[in-house]
Design a protein around this ligand. Structure first.
Ligand code: PEP
Ligand code: MN
Length: 293
C-alpha cells in the first residue's frame, strides 16, 4: 500500500515531506548562486538595500558591501508593502539597475518576485529569486519558481510552523528545482518590542530535518538596527550557512526599512566580528573577491 510521504512522523518531532528531508538525502545540498556556493564551509553574506531606490543609492551601497566581504547583493525591485500607498519598488527599472551593478561588481544578485506572471522577467535579471515571507504559502508562485532554473531563496512565513515551511520548500523541489535556500526571518508572536521574534532555534531544527542550506535575516527578524549585529553573530554561532542583511549608504534617508538597515561603517565592523565567530565554530567567511559574473 502506498504511504503518504508527508504524513510520516520523524522521531515524533515533525512530519516532513520527502524531497527536502535529510532522511531521503543525508548530505548537505550546496546551492550554487552563479559561482557562490551556499551550504558549504563558507558562511555567505548577502547584503544590500531593502529596496532599489536609485542608481546612486544602489551603486554606492553595492560597492561598499562588496569591499566589506559580502558575496551576494540583495535589493528589492518589486516590494511587498503593508500599505498600498507606500513605495512599491522601481519594478523593471530596479531590475535593470541590479543587472548593471551585478556586472560591474561581479556579485550575483537576489531579488524578490511576488507574482507568477513576473517570474520569467525577474529570473532574467537575477541570479537567485526570492519568495518573501508573505508569499511562502502562495502555491502557484512556489510551483512557478520550481520550474524556473534559478536558485530560490524561500523566506519563512511569519506565521508558519517549521513543518509548513518545509512543505512550502517541497513544492519547489517537486518541480525539479533542488536549488533552494531557506531563510529564518522572524515570526509573529505576542512580543512587540521587536518587529518579529527571530526564531534562532529554527536553524538547528531545520539543519537537522533538511539537507537544504539555512540562512538568517536579522534585519527583518529584529527591525532594529542596533540589534542586528548581536543577532547576526548569534545566527552564525547556531549554525546558519549565511546571513541576509539590509545595508544602506544613508539609512536615515531610506525610503524603506531604514530603521533596520546598517550603515556602511556598521556593516564593515560587523563583518570583521563575524569572521571571529565563524572561525570559532569551524567555518569561514571568505574575503575572496568574486569573479566577474
Ligand atoms: C525582504 O527581504 O525584502 C522582505 C520583504 O523580507 P520578508 O519577506 O522576510 O518580510
Ligand atoms: Mn526590508
Amino acid at each position: 500500500m502506498e504511504t503518504n510521504p508527508c504524513n510520516k512522523p520523524i522521531n515524533g518531532e515533525s512530519s516532513i515531506p520527502s524531497r527536502v528531508s535529510r532522511k531521503t538525502k543525508p548530505d548537505d545540498t550546496i546551492v550554487n548562486v552563479n559561482g557562490v556556493k551556499v551550504g558549504g564551509s563558507e558562511i555567505v553574506i548577502i547584503a544590500g538595500p531593502c529596496a532599489v531606490e536609485s542608481h546612486e543609492q544602489l551603486f554606492e551601497t553595492a560597492r561598499s558591501v562588496k569591499a566589506g566581504g559580502a558575496r551576494i547583493l540583495r535589493g528589492g525591485a518589486f516590494k511587498p508593502r503593508s500599505s498600498p500607498y507606500n513605495f512599491q519598488g522601481l519594478g523593471e527599472e530596479g531590475l535593470k539597475l541590479l543587472g548593471i551593478i551585478r556586472v560591474e561588481t561581479g556579485m550575483p544578485v537576489v531579488t524578490e518576485v511576488m507574482d507568477t506572471r513576473q517570474v520569467e522577467l525577474v529570473a532574467s535579471y537575477a541570479d537567485m529569486i526570492q519568495i518573501g515571507s508573505r508569499n511562502m504559502q502562495n502555491y502557484p508562485l512556489l510551483k512557478e519558481a520550481g520550474l524556473c532554473r534559478k536558485p530560490v531563496l524561500l523566506k519563512r512565513g511569519m506565521m508558519a510552523t517549521i513543518e509548513e515551511y518545509l512543505m512550502a520548500a517541497e513544492y519547489i523541489l517537486t518541480q525539479g528545482n533542488e536549488q533552494v535556500i531557506l531563510c529564518e526571518r522572524g515570526i509573529r508572536t505576542f512580543e512587540t518590542s521587536t518587529r518579529n521574534t527571530l526564531d534562532l532555534s529554527a536553524v538547528p531544527m531545520l539543519k537537522r530535518l533538511t539537507h537544504l542550506p539555512v540562512i538568517v535575516d536579522p534585519s527583518h527578524g529584529t527591525g532594529l538596527r542596533w540589534m542586528v549585529p548581536a543577532m547576526a553573530k548569534a545566527a552564525v554561532a547556531v549554525g546558519a550557512d549565511g546571513l541576509i542583511m539590509e545595508v544602506h549608504y544613508k539609512p536615515e534617508e531610506a525610503i524603506c526599512d531604514g530603521y533596520q538597515s546598517l550603515n556602511l561603517d556598521e556593516f564593515g565592523q560587523l563583518m570583521s566580528d563575524l569572521k571571529k565567530i565563524a572561525v570559532a565554530v569551524g567555518r569561514n567567511i571568505s574575503l575572496q573577491k568574486p569573479a566577474t559574473v
